[in-house]
Design a protein around this ligand. Structure first.
Ligand code: ATP
Ligand code: MG
Length: 154
């Protein structure tokens, strides 16, 4: 479905801000203007939900989660950052694997099955995009993904 991406992300962030329980701040850096993508909205909603749930789950009390959108040529890039525990470099490529969880003890305490990012990767790639992670142990994590813009009037 042809979708205006900034508005689409605004409404997802609005929903998260309404329902947040922890003391977490959300910051948005969204571009002006309209950017159209051709996506399965339900699947893309699930992708962003999975990434934001991780960001919340691994954030410290009082942490900030930043949601940034930038245009890069024919693509639109999304970056979701937190100030949480982070992921050691050697584990970064594996976090998109099914059932992979970085620290078993910590992960068990926080709950989950290790599927959220595997699903996100499958869905982003099915829509012609790419997803990857960047992280500093103890400083935080950023999940990046790019999606192609709709060819019509972008
Ligand atoms: P599920 O999403 O199925 O409930 P999960 O959150 O453990 O479980 P994924 O979302 O696939 O699974 O993430 C895989 C692993 O990557 C997590 O267990 C965690 O170790 C690590 N991880 C993911 N996002 C973050 C983050 N923002 N900060 C720190 N670690 C993260
Ligand atoms: Mg998850």
């Amino acid at each position: 479905e042809r979708t205006e991406y900034v508005e689409f992300c605004q409404s997802i962030m609005d929903r998260f801000e309404m329902s947040k329980k922890q003391n977490i701040e959300f910051v948005r850096y969204f571009p002006r203007g309209s950017f159209y993508v051709n996506v399965d909205r339900d699947k893309l909603t699930q992708v962003i939900d999975n990434i934001l749930s991780n960001a919340i789950k691994y954030s410290p009390e009082g942490g900030t989660i930043t949601f940034r959108i930038t245009r890069r040529g024919r693509n639109i890039r999304t970056m979701i950052s937190d100030q949480g525990v982070g992921i050691p470099k050697e584990n970064l490529p594996k976090i998109f694997n099914r059932f992979y969880r970085v620290d078993r003890a910590r992960s068990r305490k926080l709950g989950g099955t290790g599927l959220g990012l595997a699903i996100a990767k499958e869905m982003i790639e099915a829509q012609g995009g790419e997803i990857w992670a960047e992280s500093d142990w103890n400083r935080g994590t950023t999940i990046h993904f790019v999606l192609p813009l709709d060819r019509r009037d972008n």
